[in-house]
Structures are given as C-alpha cells and as structure tokens.
Design a protein around this ligand. Structure first.
Ligand SMILES: O=C(O)[C@H](O)[C@@H](O)[C@H](O)[C@H](O)COP(=O)(O)O
Length: 262
C-alpha cells in the first residue's frame, strides 16, 4: 500500500495560488533534470484561470517558470473550433499563453486537429498519434507519462471528460478516447483515458468553491466515492496526487487536509 493522496487546503484561491506554483515548479524542475522538457496535460473548467494566477501573479517556489521548455497538451478538449467559446485551447490561450511576459519564451502547445470536428473517433486517434510522436513509439511505451497533469473535478466527480458510470472508464488500451454524449455540454469531446490520466508523474487537482463540498466528501470519505473518476485516480496514483482546494470545497470533509501551505 502506498501513501494516500495529499490534500492541501487554503482560505481562498489567492492563497492557494502560491502553493500551486511551488508544486508546478517542483514538477517542472525535476522533469527538466530528467529530460530537459516539461510535458504538462491541462484540463478546462476553472483550472486555467487558477493556473495563470499561480504562474503569472505569484513569485514563490524554487527557480523560475521555464515556459520555453514546456509542452502543453489537453487532458480533455471539446470538439469545437479553436476560437469557439467552449474550446479549452482558447481558454488556456486567453488565460495563460497570451499573458506570458515578453521575455519568458513560449511553450509548445498541442491543440486538437480541427479537421476532425465531425468525427470524434478520428480526432481522438489523431491526438493519440500526436502523443505517440512526442512520447515515443506506441510499441515501446505502454502509456505516455506526463510530467504533470493538472485536472479539475466536476460536481458529479468527473475529471477530464471521464464521467461517472461511463463505459470509457473500463478502457485499458487506447490513450485518447472520443465522447459524443457528454453529460456536461458540449456533447462532443475527446479525453485522456483513465490509465493515462492516472499515470502522470505528478497529478494536481484544483477544486474550489462550496459547490464542490458534497462531491469532495464522497470522494475522500466514502467507499463509493472511490469508484468515481476522481476517486479512481486517487486510488491508482495515491501519493502522486495532490489536491489544491479552498476551505468551502472541503467543508465537512473528514479526510485530513494540510491547511495553509504545501
Ligand atoms: O473541459 C472540461 O469540461 C473540463 O476539463 C472538466 O473536466 C473540468 O475540469 C471539470 O468539469 C471541473 O470544472 P470546474 O473546475 O469549472 O468546476
């Protein structure tokens, strides 16, 4: 048995941001030592905004953010044009990429191929091919290992576009999966599969606001909660997972949270 996931709780998003920055910088620095590149998978939702606050507005943590060494992938993406208001790429671009300091260098970013907007299976296959080309051949690497995955948690316990009860949760082979009936709009999406989403060297969840407290209680305090997508990642990845939450999101949660610092 490994150690349980880490749960870090803060008064507010403003107080959470510096610790998230330290966490990201630690992951970056060890990735750069290992292979001189930092491969990050990011989700949509509220995460890009909090990440931007952590990276652009705060200054704690060892060393600097070396954006020119970053490769950014999408843990899930909606099948819409890249300038559509539902696009996670657009969100990350507007919150983070467009706001990088002029002297910071630019990350390499891997958006979906919009040629395949009408065929999500093909879009997922193409995105998997992108991962294959970056992470080495499919035959030699059983699963791509992101240096860091930054994920959100939906009020039903979904993460990436892996929803509770979905047959996609049983996928053991594909790295990237299509969805055409997502319960959260828009319906057509692609997502990392559960084995890939659990395989990050580090996995950070960000969940804030009182709207998350019921699901956080389920995930951390109940057996059933461990079967939810976020709970499954906790179970598979154990201490490789760190949750960054605010106090309203863990009100009533018994699982021990470290308060106020990383
Ligand atoms: O594109 C998406 O829909 C997201 O990747 C999704 O998985 C999100 O991270 C959660 O729904 C949490 O969203 P919030 O952080 O906004 O609650």
């Amino acid at each position: 048995m490994g150690k349980p996931p880490n749960l870090y709780a803060f008064q507010s998003t403003d107080e959470l941001a510096p610790s998230l920055r330290t966490f990201v910088l630690d992951a970056q620095n060890s990735a750069l030592e290992r292979h001189n590149v930092f491969r990050v998978g990011v989700s949509g939702g509220s995460l890009p905004k909090v990440l931007a606050k952590a990276l652009l507005e705060s200054s704690t943590g060892e060393g600097k953010v070396q954006f020119d060494k970053w490769e950014i992938f999408f843990a899930d993406e909606r099948a819409v044009p890249l300038d559509h208001e539902d696009s996670n790429y657009k969100l990350v671009k507007e919150e983070l990429l467009d706001r990088l300091p002029a002297d910071s260098g630019k990350p390499a970013v891997y958006p979906i191929d919009v040629k395949y907007l009408d065929d999500v299976q093909e879009m997922a296959d193409q995105y998997e091919q992108t991962l294959v080309s970056v992470f080495a051949a499919r035959d030699s690497v059983k699963l791509p290992m992101f240096d860091l995955l930054l994920l959100g948690c939906g009020p039903d316990g979904h993460t990436c576009s892996l929803f509770p009860g979905s047959p996609l949760l049983r996928e053991t082979d594909a790295w990237v999966l299509p969805i055409s009936d997502s319960p959260k709009p828009p319906p057509k999406r692609i997502t990392l599969s559960l084995p890939v989403a659990s395989h990050g060297i580090k996995i950070g969840f960000v969940a804030t606001g009182g709207g998350k407290k019921d699901i956080m209680k389920q995930i951390f305090d109940t057996e059933e909660g461990q079967q939810l997508p976020c709970g499954l990642i906790n179970t598979f990845a154990q201490e490789r997972v760190s949750w960054f939450v605010d106090y309203p999101a863990i009100e009533g949660v018994s699982f021990p949270a470290r308060r106020g610092s990383l």
